[in-house]
Design a binder for this molecule. Structure first.
Ligand SMILES: [Zn+2]
Length: 283
């Protein structure tokens, strides 16, 4: 599926020539996982950085096991929260199957961070000086299948009232950086509907600060998933980011699933009982 596909308008590179090696062996896990595809919650969940797996051919990118456990390789805890929410809210969930160091599913194809040469001060040996075919092999094997599957699911379930939530986790501090005081952040781009509905409800439950586009916001040069699948389709969307020290134990994770599910259910009920809006609701 090359050229300007109707579901994204992305400009895709030409495929690698015949004989280019496939990145994933037949016995390796698929590039993404879908949980609860027939969920009826009018909500789609996505978790781009759920996994720190690497394709065998990439030989761990030259990193140690310890480095591959760290936040540079994935978002620890985010996948577990996303799975819990998919069950609680009866929502389909797409999870990326491989590490963001192989290819970052939330970066535009033209971003220099798509296949990072370094991350948070760590040089990634296996990502140095990649040729065009090596880059395209990662795009074809890992990036396109995930985003095409999300786009196809959305095409098959047309619903202007569908909401899209992307789950991430963030490290309490970057190398030599300041402590990040928010246990949770809600990020949005131009469409802040869902973030602005969720924030007061979540803040009321937490009694701690809720980040407003902190520690990260969403923009088209750094982010791909929500601009592509949410904003372009006009679907309300938000990125929920939880600080990783909040997700170290199963009971902490269960606590966040419960908190987020309660907050989401509350705004969902409010939306169903509100009279239809007559004015402009978007700032
Ligand atoms: Zn992430």
């Amino acid at each position: 599926m090359r050229g300007k596909a109707h579901w994204g308008g992305w400009s895709l590179p030409e495929p690698a020539g015949d004989g280019a090696p496939l990145l994933l062996g037949p016995d390796e896990p698929p590039p993404f996982e879908i949980v609860n595809p027939e969920g009826t919650g009018r909500l789609l969940l996505v978790c781009d950085h759920a996994s720190n797996n690497l394709p065998r051919r990439l030989a761990r990118l030259g990193l140690t096991d310890e480095q591959l456990q760290q936040h540079i390789a994935w978002d620890p805890g985010a996948g577990a929260v996303a799975r819990g929410l998919a069950g609680r809210l009866d929502a389909p969930l797409f999870l990326g199957g491989y590490s963001r160091l192989a290819i970052d599913l939330n970066r535009p194809l033209e971003s220099p961070e798509l296949i990072p040469a370094q991350s948070d001060g760590v040089l990634i040996p296996g990502n140095q000086g990649l040729d065009r075919n090596a880059r395209i092999a990662r795009i074809d094997a890992l990036f396109l299948p995930y985003h095409q599957a999300i786009a196809q699911w959305l095409d098959a379930h047309p619903d202007p009232g569908l909401r899209l939530i992307s789950l991430h986790s963030f490290t309490p501090r970057l190398a030599a950086g300041q402590w990040r005081p928010w246990p949770v952040g809600l990020a949005h781009g131009r469409d802040a509907r869902l973030a602005h509905q969720l924030r007061p409800v979540l803040a009321g439950q937490l009694d701690r600060p809720v980040g407003d586009n902190e520690p990260y916001g969403i923009d088209h040069t750094h982010d791909f998933t929500l601009p592509t699948h949410g904003e372009r389709r006009g679907l309300a969307h938000v990125m929920i980011e939880i600080r990783q020290d909040e997700l170290r134990t199963p009971s902490q994770i269960a606590g966040w699933v419960e908190r987020l599910a309660r907050a989401y259910s509350r705004i969902d009920e409010d939306a169903q009982t509100e009279p239809p809006s007559t004015g402009q609701s978007r700032a």
